[in-house]
Design a protein around this ligand. Structure first.
Ligand SMILES: NC(=O)c1ccc[n+]([C@@H]2O[C@H](COP(=O)([O-])OP(=O)(O)OC[C@H]3O[C@@H](n4cnc5c(N)ncnc54)[C@H](O)[C@@H]3O)[C@@H](O)[C@H]2O)c1
Length: 346
């Protein structure tokens, strides 16, 4: 039986990958220490996901391990020697990183290095999939000229319609400390592909989402918005009149991209991944649709100052990924994602 190792296995994408691989007949080793709860409090607790995984899978083994534990990580890799590694563990919030810079860097950058080195020592031939972020581009995407429409911003130049591609620069731009620690990890992952020839890949995510997100105000935009609508919580909109745009991709479509890469790896590859234009939505638009779906009214509060370095309009250009892996595409439409988040049937 083929063995995979998934870090962040109790999180949104990690848990999706565990179930996907289990269904495909893999034995899956999950690494997660529920640090999301430590980062975000009770809202971020991933215990429910872990319980779900234990009940829903056949060959899943959980390891309560911290990716910062270099010795423990090395030992686990030696024991398991996985044929595939999916690295989803992270400190994922821009705002929290400024409050906990050492934790942010130690988890995101050093933790990734621990995994890369362990993989080089134990299983250098195995595909190593890293979930990077569009924040490696910092706020450079905001330099594109925009038009303000009634409910959203959009790119002014029709040539930019497809959004941001991988040639966007990653230096001389404001990242947030989170973006900087992820960029460090992203470069390391690329380097292990280029320098050591390992089959590594960085997927630079837009908004990754789904109903298994332990959403908190500081991370998980769409799922948290849905939670606020459903639970009557106040949702704070930070700047840009709520017209900032995100492209949203369901975690299952991220997992299928990882599997496509694993089947035909290109060492050191980098891909933007998100929902693309079809799955893009502004905060105002998302609120309106969630209100329609639930019949509730969101208690929204407008804060007249954007988050530092926040993207105004971000749409992932998926051309490179689609061209290298033509069998892959976004399959879960935005409407289905929104319905899933509020438990609405078709
Ligand atoms: N969700 C998004 O919108 C988004 C966007 C871009 C990139 N990403 C990236 O995708 C990846 C997965 O995101 P997600 O939304 O599934 O995140 P998530 O927070 O839901 O899952 C991450 C998991 O990692 C675990 N974890 C954190 N620190 C750990 C540590 N030191 N050791 C072991 N486990 C640890 C957490 O407990 C959590 O369960 C992350 O790398 C994130 O930066 C996510």
């Amino acid at each position: 039986m083929k063995k995979a190792l998934v870090t962040g296995s109790s999180g949104l994408v990690g848990s999706e990958m565990v179930v996907t691989l289990d269904e495909l007949g893999w034995a899956v080793h999950g690494v997660d220490n529920n640090m999301r709860r430590d980062f975000f409090g009770p809202d971020g607790d991933t215990t429910a996901n872990l319980t779900r995984l234990v009940g829903a899978t056949e060959h899943f083994e959980h390891h309560e391990l911290d990716v910062r534990d270099r010795v423990g990580v090395g030992r686990l890799f030696d024991d398991v020697r996985p044929s595939l590694l999916m690295h989803c563990a992270a400190q994922p919030s821009h705002d929290l990183a400024a409050r906990r810079p050492f934790d942010d860097f130690d988890v995101n950058a050093v933790g990734t290095l621990n995994l890369l080195e362990a993989a080089r020592a134990s299983c250098p031939e195995s595909p190593f999939v890293f979930l990077s972020t569009n924040k490696v581009y910092g706020d450079a995407p905001n330099e594109l000229e925009l038009v303000e429409l009634e409910t959203r911003y959009d790119y002014a130049d029709p040539g930019s319609r497809d959004g941001i591609d991988e040639t966007c620069r990653i230096d001389a731009t404001l990242h947030s400390l989170f973006g900087a620690s992820k960029a460090a990890a992203d470069l390391l992952v690329q380097e292990y592909g280029r320098y050591f020839g390992m089959p590594t890949v960085c997927f630079r995510g837009g908004c990754l989402t789904g109903s298994n997100h332990a959403s908190a105000e500081l991370h998980g935009f769409l799922a948290y918005l849905a939670r606020c609508v459903l639970e009557g919580r106040t949702y704070r909109i930070y700047g840009y009149k709520g017209k900032q745009v995100r492209d949203n991709i369901h975690a299952s479509d991220v997992c299928s991209a990882a599997l496509a890469f694993a089947a035909a790896p290109r060492p050191g590859a980098v891909y933007n991944i998100g929902g693309g234009r079809e799955n893009s939505v502004s905060i105002l638009e998302a609120i309106a649709r969630l209100e329609e779906l639930t019949g509730r009214t969101l208690d929204a509060e407008y804060v007249d100052e954007p988050r530092r370095g926040d993207h105004i309009c971000y749409i992932s250009d998926l051309s490179r990924l689609r061209s290298d892996y033509p069998s892959w595409d976004v399959t879960v439409e935005l409407e289905e994602i929104l319905r899933g988040l509020v438990g609405a049937s078709r």
